[in-house]
Design a protein around this ligand. Sequence first.
Ligand code: IVH
Length: 668
Amino acid sequence: MEEQAAKKRIDQLVQELNHHNDLYYIHHQPTISDYEFDQLLAELTALEAQFPALKLAYSPTQRVGGDITKKFNVVEHRFPMLSLSNTYSEEEITDWEARLKKLSDEPITYVCELKYDGVAIGITYQNGELIQAVTRGDGSKGEEVTANVRTIRTIPLKLKGNYIHDFEIRGEIFMPIDRFEKLNAEREEIGEALFANPRNTASGTLKMQDSKVVAERGLDCFLYGFYSNQNPFSSHFDAVTTAKEWGFKIPFLEKRFIEKTDSIEGIMDFIHYWEKERANLPFEIDGIVIKVNDYQQQKQLGFTAKSPRWAIAYKFKTERVESVLESVSYQVGRTGAITPVANLKPVSLGGTTVKRASLHNADQIEKLDLHEKDTVYVEKGGEIIPKIVGVNTAKRGDGQKIIFIEHCPECHAELVRKEGEAQHYCINELDCAPQIKGRIEHFISRKAMNIDGIGSETVDLLFQKNLIHAPSDLYTLTFDQLVDLDRMAEKSANNILFGLVESKKIPFERVLFALGIRFVGETVAKKLAYQFKNIEQLALAKYEDLIQTDEIGEKIAHSILQFFANKRNCDEIDALERAGICFELVEKEKASATFEGKIFVVSGVFTNYSRDEIKALIESHGGKNASSISSKTDYVLAGENMGPAKLKKATDLGVVILSETDFIAMIN
Ligand code: IVH
């Protein structure tokens, strides 16, 4: 295609895809299928790869996130980012409203909003394009997290309609509860410590270095504040509702996320409504914010040292109830981690009936000094899983002190608690039923070997019948053995067998993830597969080799070494290899031999590609990537922000320094 035609098509695709994104993520009314969307996106990606100079900053392909590793820049806020004065008392809200009324000559309209429990963000748009996103920081300076914010699909990269040409919009980035729970389930799978609550997770995610990971985490955002030197609006409500027309996700009017009222009764009604209804929201809120609507009135009321006089936050009290501890049970995870769980006398809390509470670990039980039949205080607070926050010792009877178990409740092996770890583990991994079943379930799961037709009940039945002890046993199953199982139809049995055959096509990186090595999640498995190419090399890798790999630190390296040091793991890999599972990276066909035998060092940040994309391009054109500059280096590919020390070293050694543009010219 000619450049002119490509430009036209790229513009068209960007516009079309952004429109569909909008329909999907903001209006929840897609008009094309996911497949059709992906087809358009694939066409755009291909065109952008062919004509990198035509790639638009607001292209939907830019949502995927680069993988630039950099510390965040600290930037000054154009408008200070203030906080709100807080109260837990309705009376104080009434006093505040009465005070404002006295101060003002005109009647006041208020806007009531939800107080989202997330991270505040300020996003600057110029000429309709997202150019910068900054966290609150200390209110006058914050961290620039633009690359990460770009991955949030409800935040437009390019505005539509009749927008203002230079403004900042502020709002709250949060993690929806279902995403938080999914993330924790995945972390539990690979034996990672769980996140405490959606707010901390959102804030941690926003500060991650790898925006690809951010993109996968499913953050969301509501926008609730407009700031501009050329502010054409006369009220907060008008500004926010107009921003909706430009493509922003603003709090939903129809769901009462935002509401105008002229009276304290209206404010109280909003508060009371959400005090009850908050339990049904798909995200967490910790209160209500009340703002004076009219900008002129806001200006008259002004600010105290820390917060505006024209707004106030009413915070919900954390609901706390009493219940009786009936027993403590212990769950064994796939990795052998033991989690104590409190079984409680059912009690109603925050709109749901609570029967169980997490006790996390032995220290937690010790800290609470829990005794049998204790009357305990239970809170839901900001966290999803209710927790025991204390004991009403006045009501204590003669119950025995709860002593953490010493043996696995399933296989009776002695438990181990490693230094520096909070969790107890059953290390009898190869003979402990929930661990064996958990490993097989992980192996067949969708993101691993994706074997259709087998669920956890089938795994359980097969295990009970002594037919499977390890994933490799799945490949020895026969049709007769399967149809023999309870409630297994012939068609289902055939499905399973077909799924097993199909799984032999699963690429090495996913097989590596499927093995369930502790701390080796999807991303780490990919990095390992690309670095070591096959299982033999990975098994032979020494500690030093492992930690030189991207994203592999001490903890993961030790876990990998430990895994391969266990003969039964190696035997299992042999058995899987014999069954035909792929243990070798299938390299993509080379695009050219332009860089055959040349060694590159890639440094800095690039405009058209992420660092990983650049490295992949080097390899696909025959070159090799090295991590540090030496006399063997042929080229240094220098992006923005490349350190001066590196630049000097390259110059001293006479290495050719390429810019991104030079590089693109060479591969084209
Ligand atoms: S307005 C000057 N509106 O609460 C007014 N803030 O302590 C600035 N927040 O840092 C904030 N929901 O992170 C406002 N609807 C809402 C909010 C909200 C949550 C957070 C925000 C801010 C903190 C205020």
